[in-house]
Design a protein around this ligand. Structure first.
Ligand code: GRG
Length: 292
């Protein structure tokens, strides 16, 4: 069960980004692009934490497909899926302790707290329209960007003792991480199930109002009542979908993601030039143009 998702079918976006960040920081600090074994471990741990959270997320959402295959809960049942997620997380914790750096342990432990808090934020909703977008961005940071930001920070700590470099790594990860989730929310409206490897419009069906809906709501206030009842009445999902596609919600969410990517580029450009720094700049474009 625990090996099930380590089959090379995921995009491996996070470990790729973390290794690039490690090389960019090493290069900045002492002109060496070699990745330290401890930094490589962080990349592995990052993907393990991500995978554990996917396994648990699919239990919470009752999802039956991911990455074009059946979910762990669909095959083995919810109880074993919860334990499988726990097991992957425990293996990640052991690997983290083996790195033997207490700051790195605390930075990556914060991620686990954020993931859980992010999931709780998603369970709740805000009645006040003005608070809704802030709530959505906070959830987005905790559910998705914290893992990327803190993993980047962890490899920068292992690269050098300079706190300004740690801050650059963290802010690059935070901004590209938020953009990654904003585009994930756009893809839920613009991509098909075949492309995504999971059902499309899944968020609406789960009762979630993401960026495209929240922007659409400014043009179509009729969406407000539907958001409040979490698209729970018959026909809500279909009507909300229509409003979003008639609005500029997808365009505005994409524009917001572009702004976060520009901020990520502004941060990473503070490091000395290196092929890996350029690749991290290029990666922001990949985040914005991806279709799965
Ligand atoms: C067990 C650590 C732990 C957490 C429990 C369930 C939960 C709390 C958190 C859920 C966090 C979650 C699933 C966030 C979604 C992040 C996201 C955008 C996932 C999709 O990532 P991709 O597109 O997926 O990189 P692939 O399949 O390519 O790996």
């Amino acid at each position: 069960m625990c090996e099930y998702y380590f089959d090379g079918k995921g995009k491996a976006f996070r470990p790729m980004l973390v290794v690039l960040m490690a090389r960019a920081c090493n290069s900045h600090y002492n002109n060496s692009r070699e990745v330290h074994p401890s930094q490589r471990s962080v990349a592995v741990i990052t993907e393990m934490i991500h995978t554990a959270s996917l396994v648990h997320d699919d239990v919470i959402d009752g999802s039956d497909s991911r990455r074009g295959k059946k979910t762990v809960n669909q095959i083995w049942g919810e109880r074993k899926a919860v334990l499988a997620g726990d097991f992957i997380l425990s293996a990640a914790s052991v690997a983290l302790a083996r790195i033997g750096n207490t700051t790195v342990i605390s930075v990556l432990s914060q991620v686990i707290e954020d993931l859980v808090r992010g999931e709780f934020l998603q369970l709740g909703s805000k009645e006040n329209e003005n608070e809704r977008f802030a709530h959505y961005l906070e959830k987005t940071f905790k559910k998705t960007a914290s893992l990327i930001a803190n993993s980047c920070k962890a490899v920068s700590i292992l690269a050098c003792p300079d706190p300004t470099v740690h801050e650059i790594a963290y802010l690059y990860g935070k901004n590209i991480g938020i953009a990654f989730q904003l585009i994930d929310d756009v893809l839920d409206f613009t991509s098909c199930a075949d492309q995504l490897g999971k059902p499309a419009a899944a968020d609406l069906r789960l009762g979630l109002a993401t960026g495209p809906v929240l922007f659409a709501c400014q043009q179509f206030p009729e969406l407000n009542a539907m958001i409040m009842r979490r698209f729970g009445l018959p026909g809500d999902v279909e009507r909300a979908w229509q409003y979003v596609t008639q609005s500029d919600g997808v365009g505005q969410t994409t524009y917001l993601a572009q702004r976060y990517c520009s901020e990520a580029i502004r941060e990473i450009s503070k490091l000395q030039p290196s092929p890996e720094r350029d690749a991290l700049i290029q990666l922001t474009e990949t985040v914005l143009t991806r279709d799965k």
